[in-house]
Ligand binder design. Structure first.
Ligand code: HEC
Length: 153
């Protein structure tokens, strides 16, 4: 192949990438799904720890777990790109009709986790229990509209 033809091909590829015909980074729905589920499981694990430690009044251990929930719930929209509802997933395609709302719900969970961090910082048991319950409700607030239910939910 002559040099100018290679040059033209490269130019065409650059244009295609710039126009979005080629993904900027490899969009692998299976990988995104795996990360989303692993993140949700990690959130769930942190919630269990919070429940145990707040029951024991061990607020020093509630803090890092609540911080983890804040960080991970903030990551949910980024782990829910359009088209990532293939395979063994319960995410509803409605997410991409209302992505603004979905982001808002993720933000609400982050806010509730931050309130929990504050309450744990003050070692205020009643406030910790209230914040934990509000945080758990913020999970349901997103699962109800955007996750396909299964037995036990
Ligand atoms: C902004 C929306 C949103 C918020 C907030 C949210 N989730 Fe989820 N969660 C989802 C969606 C969507 C799924 C389904 C994911 C899938 O199957 O692809 C899910 C799935 C899960 C699962 C099941 C994972 C699996 O392996 O099937 C658990 C457990 C979970 N979430 C826990 C939580 C907890 C605990 C919180 C709150 C601290 C929370 N989630 C907050 C949207 C959310």
């Amino acid at each position: 192949m002559r040099g100018w033809r290679v040059g033209l091909m490269i130019a065409a590829l650059i244009v295609a990438a710039a126009e979005g015909f080629l993904p900027a980074r490899a969009a692998d729905p299976a990988q995104v799904l795996k990360e989303r589920l692993a993140t949700m499981k990690a959130i769930n694990q942190a919630m269990r720890e919070i429940k145990v430690y707040s029951g024991k009044g061990d607020f020093a251990k509630v803090l890092p777990a609540a911080q983890k929930v804040a960080d991970l719930t903030a990551a949910i929209p980024g782990l829910s790109p359009e088209g990532s509802h293939t395979g063994k997933t319960r995410i509803k395609p409605e997410v991409w009709k209302n992505f603004g709302h979905y982001k808002e719900l993720s933000g609400n969970s982050v806010q509730e986790a931050k309130k929990l961090i504050q309450a744990a910082g003050k070692k205020d048991r009643a406030a910790v229990l209230k914040a934990f319950s509000d945080l758990a409700n913020s999970c349901t607030a997103c699962h109800e509209p955007y996750r396909v239910p299964k037995k036990g939910d």
